[in-house]
Write a protein that binds this ligand. Structure first.
Ligand code: NIG
Ligand code: FE
Length: 433
């Protein structure tokens, strides 16, 4: 069952969740670094009282039941015996609005073809650019809506979505408008990123420098004027944008008022991690090939180190060094990177399994990285990412009595209920109703 909170069946203004076997949450309004990531608050037999879209109080059920009475008129209450409450997940890196699919590339890669070689041959991102140009905005919207429903059913309450499959002005604006439209129409919050700097358009006269000038002069001012994106992102990679080009571009984006992100050190170690820390990006994403210097610099910065385990899994590459990054004091976020090329999965359960079983993170760190640190990677840790008074009531409920089932029940979706802005938006029991 999927409901838009602004159009919900219930008229109730307040909601009491009670008798949850556990409430598990990081605490804070900013990114958690290093060993702080593993420190979660765990309350047994827990309750939460919500008014409107805001958490008023969270704590033991016996205390909250004395203050807030479920029988009071206008209050909805839900008994969560045998279930766990955690913050809604924040998937802080996706490319979920796109046209077409690329199964043939996936099969080519399984036989040894390299991602960057497919891109050089005119496939990869460029083939999704062609398909996205040929897809009407209405189709991008309806496909995007279905993908958001799927994310919500896995407990995601906020997602970041990038453009970057247009590269020219009009198709980039089309993607950004669809992302903004989805944000208005779907319960899941969509944070929008302009990623015109995803690739250099085929045969662009003047190459990368001229294309950067085009984005800066002809696209970014329009995006700013229409308030279509909060972030700007660039693919800093061999054969795509150099660190020097990335620095120039992101510096200009910052001057224009955008927050910045970098696809950094995904395949070749070019110093993207260092650049992100040095220029104050909200996040450095991928980091499969991050250098020791990059790790040190990220640890001393407010830039999230956003790792995308499903991409490494789908590309069959070694995972990013999560343990090393956390031990060095970095603030690690985990996200899906959902896209039609390098990672055609948005599976939150798979992220948990890979993060904990293959990347050496603890379950507690993985929870922090998909909640508060995901929020921090979007500069929203002050309003979402944890269950605390004053934060938005974005809450995910698990079908088992112990949060460790998130990994123990490997790669399996155990989300049973999702509350977004204080309203039940997904209920597994009523799926299909
Ligand atoms: O994050 N690396 C660049 N961008 C995406 C892939 C996009 C695509 O292959 O379509 C990524 O992996
Ligand atoms: Fe990406």
């Amino acid at each position: 069952m999927f409901r838009n909170p602004s159009n919900t069946v219930s008229e109730s203004q307040s909601l009491l969740l009670y008798h949850a076997a556990q409430l598990v949450t990081p605490i804070g309004n900013a990114l958690k670094h290093g060993k702080e990531m593993g420190k979660l608050e765990i309350i047994p037999d827990a309750a939460i009282y919500i008014e409107g879209d805001t958490i008023i109080e969270a704590g033991p059920t016996d205390i909250l039941l004395k203050k807030y009475h479920p029988e009071k008129t206008g209050m909805e209450s839900i008994d969560l015996t045998g279930k766990v409450i955690i913050p809604g997940f924040v998937d802080s890196h996706t490319h979920f609005v796109f046209g077409g699919y690329r199964p043939e590339e996936f099969i080519m890669r399984l036989s040894g073809a390299q991602y960057l070689d497919i891109m050089k041959m005119g496939g990869g991102i460029q083939s999704t650019v062609d398909a996205t140009k040929n897809t009407p905005a209405e189709t991008l919207f309806s496909d995007g809506f279905k993908r958001l429903n799927d994310m919500l059913s896995m407990g995601v309450t906020t997602v970041e979505g990038k453009s970057g499959y247009g590269l020219d002005r009009d198709c980039e604006l089309k993607q950004l408008e669809v992302l903004n439209h989805l944000n208005r129409e779907h319960p899941v919050d969509v944070e929008v990123t302009y990623m015109g700097a995803h690739a250099i358009p085929r045969g662009y006269p003047g190459g990368s420098d001229a294309y950067i000038d085009f984005m800066v002069k002809e696209v970014l001012p329009l995006i700013r004027e229409k308030k279509l994106a909060r972030f700007a992102d660039i693919f800093c990679e061999e054969g795509v944008f150099t660190p020097e080009e990335s620095e120039r571009y992101l510096g200009t984006c910052k001057d224009m008022g955008f927050d910045t992100k970098i696809h950094a050190d995904e395949i070749i170690p070019l110093g993207g991690g260092e650049l992100a820390a040095k220029t104050g990006c909200a996040s450095a994403d991928h980091l499969l090939a991050v250098s020791d210097r990059g790790i040190q610099m990220l640890a001393g910065s407010d830039t999230a180190a956003t790792l995308l385990p499903c991409t490494a899994f789908c590309l069959n590459k070694p995972y990013a060094p999560a343990r090393k990054l956390i031990d060095a004091g970095c603030a690690v976020a985990l996200a899906s990177d959902f896209n039609p090329g390098s990672c055609f999965t948005n599976s939150i359960p798979l992220i948990f399994s890979l993060g904990v079983i293959h990347m050496g993170m603890t379950i507690e760190e993985a929870i922090c990285s998909l909640t508060l640190n995901g929020a921090g990677a979007l500069k929203r840790a002050d309003t979402i990412g944890s269950i605390e008074p004053g934060k938005k009531a974005d809450i995910t409920v698990l079908a088992y009595p112990d949060y460790r089932f998130l990994v123990y029940h490997s790669a399996k979706n155990i989300v049973t209920l999702v509350i977004k802005n204080g309203k039940v938006c997904y209920d597994e029991a009523k799926r299909g109703v």
